[in-house]
Design a protein around this ligand. Structure first.
Ligand code: AMP
Ligand code: ZN
Length: 457
């Protein structure tokens, strides 16, 4: 029995999918204007562990992760510059070049962390029609109003507003109306923003309301509903997504589709913190996966480090902590490399392990079971059991036996090939594949993107 904590009900619940055996899972993805830091990546490791635990429980998981390449403003509310446009201006590139470059960098981290690729990466700019169609429904149902700045959602018309974070629709104090840029309620949010001539935007589209671009929240509602249906099982994100972004996603989706709940289980990962608060670009204390590698820290050691706290608890980043994780991880792999495979599995240990991961993804508990097994001199079936456990851990615990690390330039070529395929440039993709093979490596493809790179024997 799998139990998951649902932010919506504030309880650990026995998980039951809407359709037997199948799970629709949506994860709020990266805004691709800069490199991801290990704080961001904690949220994706959490989503990956959830997915792996669902798969371990024999569910067929359809996972969607969005790529935000428009509409996310420097403030999570509706003010400030579009992060993509700002970055493009600063780097003297097109918004497309920026989003492609940082997406590829993100994907490199994703693969290095052994995160399983989603069924589909959905790009916001490739789903403008779906977003406009959804706004049209909201306009028709009279949930919206127009200001000089765009089309806004009126949160006072959605009676459940705030149910996720337990907050109320906030009205405006008299006299503050101008400061709120004609908003009726403080909690109202933009569905569509009008382009202003002085912004000189690279990315803008026609709509029934005027030329402009979608608000950040509508992309997730439109894309999740397109691929997973008007009601689906699980939606994840970092804890900062919950009070504004997810609250708004619920308001617009439940209003548009008229179905409740839009999502059955909402799950949120806690922050990776540094001294003074969450790790963020503005904190000035960020680390990326490539910086860790430069310091001799294997990305798998970072993955192992994230298991030192439960996903709903904050985790504190420090040099000592990551070094400690690296040492334990190395020790673990070294011990494992000395164990002979007797071809069996150990049912007792697996049962204990299952109990931990099925209890709302208790990874510190699961790691403790792994260590107990590794140190148990009498236990049988160690290697077979570790192999099964690693389906959830994703720590490449047995790889040391094979000693094959994929070189960085091969990984980069593989991502380039993937990106060419996504853009429909199959000839270019094929050339890269041949090039990779000439260098002695082979890509094993799955439905969306590659999963594995192997050395040709
Ligand atoms: P962004 O690319 O800014 O949209 O953020 C991507 C994801 O990273 C979101 O789900 C955030 O909630 C998450 N995130 C940002 N900072 C942290 C942090 N310090 N710890 C954990 N997750 C974070
Ligand atoms: Zn989202």
């Amino acid at each position: 029995m799998l139990k998951l904590y649902n932010t919506l009900t504030r309880k650990k619940e026995e998980f039951e999918p809407i359709n037997a055996g199948k799970v629709g899972l949506y994860t709020c993805g990266p805004t691709v204007y800069w490199f991801a830091h290990v704080g961001n990546l904690r949220s994706y490791v959490f989503a990956d562990v959830l997915k792996r635990v669902l798969m371990y429980n024999n569910f067929d998981v359809k996972h969607i992760i969005n790529v935000t390449d428009v509409g996310h403003l420097t403030s999570d509310a509706d003010s400030g510059e579009d992060k993509l446009e700002k970055s493009a201006k600063k780097e003297g590139k097109t918004a497309k070049e920026i989003s492609r470059f940082y997406f590829n960098a993100f994907k490199e981290d994703f693969i290095k962390l052994n995160l399983i690729e989603p069924f589909k990466w959905t790009w916001a700019t490739e789903h403008i029609k779906e977003q406009i169609d959804m706004i049209k429904i909201l306009v028709k149902k009279d949930y919206t109003y127009e200001t000089s700045d765009g089309i806004y959602f009126d949160t006072s018309k959605f009676e459940d507003y705030g149910k996720l974070s337990n907050k109320k629709v906030e009205g405006l104090e008299a006299g503050k109306r101008i400061g709120m840029r004609e908003k009726r309620n403080k909690t109202d949010f933009a569905l569509w923003k009008f382009s202003k001539p002085e912004d000189n935007r690279q990315q803008e589209w026609d709509s029934p309301w005027g030329t402009g671009f979608p608000g950040w929240h509508i992309e997730c509602s439109a894309m999740a509903s397109k691929y997973l249906g008007k009601q689906f099982d699980i939606h994840t994100g970092g804890e900062d997504n919950m009070p504004i972004h997810h609250e708004n996603e619920i308001a617009q989706s439940e209003s548009a589709w008229g179905k409740k709940p839009w999502v059955k289980t909402w799950m949120h990962g806690a922050f990776l913190n540094v001294k003074g608060g969450k790790m963020s670009k503005s904190s000035g204390k960020i680390k990326t996966i490539s910086e860790l590698e430069d310091d001799g820290i294997n990305p798998m050691a970072y993955r192992y480090f994230t298991y030192s706290a439960k996903y709903r608890k904050p985790l504190i980043w420090s040099e000592e902590a990551i070094q400690g994780a690296l040492n334990s991880y190395k020790k673990l792999r070294n011990i494992i490399s000395t164990i002979d495979n007797d071809g069996k599995t150990n049912k007792e240990y697996l049962k204990e392990f299952e109990k931990r991961v099925n209890d709302d993804l208790d990874m510190p508990g699961a790691v403790a079971v792994l260590w107990k097994l590794v140190r148990d001199e009498k236990a049988k079936g160690k290697i077979g059991t570790i192999k099964e456990m690693d389906e959830v851990f994703g720590l490449k615990l047995l790889e040391v036996k094979e000693k094959v690390e994929v070189p960085e330039y091969i990984l980069k070529l593989a991502i380039e090939r993937d990106s060419a395929r996504e853009r429909g440039k199959y000839e270019e993709a094929d050339k890269i594949r041949v090039d990779i093979e000439k260098r002695g490596w082979r890509i094993i493809d799955v439905k969306n993107g590659f999963r594995k790179i192997e050395k040709i024997k």
